[in-house]
Ligand binder design. Structure first.
Ligand code: ARG
Length: 461
């Protein structure tokens, strides 16, 4: 018979048992469920709702059940519905009436809210750890490439020269914000809901603070209806994970472009590439492509949980059981992508010479030429027009701006002197952009050093 079977005249239809059951996907919260129950039992014993001996036996038996699950000795039952009732059923099968006292002053509604918060807190910490590894890898790579000049793009058209370090550090900033978002989401996850009961709290004198303390929660919920019906923390985590994937997918897209023959800026290691079953010459960036592709499912889970929660009346509704598969898959996907992405970028070969050649084409120093004239007193709009005409001329002549002869320069402006060649070199263009946030190598080195510190300051809990 079901744990809740008292008022029922019939057994549940097998179809409904299967339909209703969440054990297939919530079994993964067994450890949190058992740890939460241990804390609840200890508290019930301490406040005298059950005897200290009963509490001790429950805690001891739950520990044995945990060990048995971990040893693979426990088969969960579909008709016990979910992880909460599976654990409780096993407990009762082992210690009978004493086990039946565990669920006093508790509902599965506050229990599932507790378990999910505990589970996602751990996952959030893990993901923050992985993000930090990625950021560390980016800093290491950036350190090696503060002088590696490459073209920067807007509209995917060559714009101005930058360095690879500067480009990598743009991603560092994105992942640093992601880390901040995880830490922020964690703070609101770190609130203990037990004691909310089904929706209206309970008449037992529970010591909620003691439960929170045992489980390492920073705070307890302050409204029982909200305690059981809040899934904002799931949405927030899904949103933070979506942004991580968005950043990974933008990075992946660039690496895919950069490994094409047309760019040839990087080459992925053989161990992080795949071949074609028909074309013998192929080396494909499948890892980056798959990460780009998996972004879709994480976005989908964010939309899924938002849609499940939309318009739900207070408090708990069974719809909310649908919160788990999506967020679990989002977490799994991010945990799958980050380590492989880290290895992929750590092992790729950077083709510095191609990057430099790429930077030299496309008149990426045209702005610097205009700025050169501005420094000689020409208003910027006018120098912009002069250089525009010079670019048209250069296109005609089939040469770069820094390949003009002095005579050709003078035909365009008599303010131009010999020092123009230095002013237009890629090195100067990069070096002179030394404001905070710019690509100047010394500036970027300082940002890398700062980055290690900023990263270290972000924590969960
Ligand atoms: N398996 C359920 C869930 O995931 C647990 C809570 C069930 N509560 C209830 N009143 N049926 O949401």
């Amino acid at each position: 018979m079901k744990l809740w079977g008292g008022r029922f005249g019939k057994a549940t239809d097998a179809l409904v048992d299967d339909f209703n059951s969440s054990i297939r996907f919530d079994a993964r919260m067994y450890r949190q469920d058992i740890t939460g129950s241990m804390a609840h039992a200890r508290m019930l014993g301490r406040v005298g709702v059950i005897s200290e001996e009963d509490a001790a036996l429950i805690v001891k038996t739950l520990g044995e059940i945990l060990a048995d699950i971990e040893a693979g000795k426990v088969a969960f039952a579909i008709d016990a519905e979910d992880i909460h009732m599976n654990v409780e059923t096993i407990l009762i099968s082992r210690i009978g009436d004493v086990g039946k006292r565990l669920h006093t002053g508790r509902s599965r509604n506050d229990q599932v809210a507790l378990d999910l918060r505990m589970y996602l807190k751990e996952e959030t910490q893990d993901i923050l750890g992985l993000l930090k590894e990625l950021m560390g890898t980016l800093l290491d790579l950036a350190e090696q490439h503060t002088d590696t000049i490459m073209p920067g793009y807007t509209h995917l058209q060559k714009a101005q020269p930058i360095t690879l370090a500067h480009h990598l550090m743009a991603y560092f900033e994105m992942f640093l914000r992601d880390a901040g978002r995880l830490s922020d989401a964690y703070r609101r996850m770190d609130v203990m809901p037990l004691g909310s009961g089904a929706l209206a709290g309970t008449t037992y004198p529970l010591d909620r603070a003691y439960v929170a303390e045992q489980l390492g929660f920073a705070d307890i919920t302050h409204n029982s209806l909200d305690g059981v019906s809040d899934r904002d923390f799931v949405v927030e985590l899904a949103a933070a994970l979506s942004l991580i994937m968005m950043h990974l997918s933008r990075f992946s897209e660039e690496l895919i472009l950069w490994s094409s023959h047309e760019f040839s800026f990087v080459e992925m290691d053989d161990a992080y590439s795949t071949g074609s079953s028909i074309m013998p010459q192929k080396k494909n960036p499948d890892v980056a492509e798959l990460i780009r592709g998996k972004t879709g499912r994480v976005y989908g889970h964010l939309m899924g949980i938002l849609t499940v929660m939309k318009s739900l009346p207070l408090a708990y509704n069974k719809d909310m059981q649908e919160d788990k598969e999506g967020i679990f898959d989002a977490v799994d996907t991010v945990k799958l992508c980050l380590p492989v992405f880290i290895k992929m970028i750590a092992t790729m070969t950077v083709k510095k010479e191609n990057m430099l050649q790429g930077a030299k084409g496309g008149f990426t120093n045209a702005t610097d030429l205009a700025d050169y004239l501005v420094k000689k007193g020409v208003p910027f709009r006018e120098s912009h027009a002069i250089v525009g005409r010079m670019v048209a001329l250069a296109l005609d002549k089939g040469k770069n701006l820094d390949e003009f002869t002095m005579d050709e320069f003078h035909a365009c402006s008599d303010l131009i002197e010999e020092d123009i060649y230095d002013a237009l070199s890629m090195e100067t263009c990069v070096r002179d952009r030394k404001l905070i946030g710019g690509p100047n190598p010394e500036r970027v080195k300082a940002e890398i050093a700062q980055g290690r510190k900023r990263m270290g300051e972000i924590t969960c809990g």
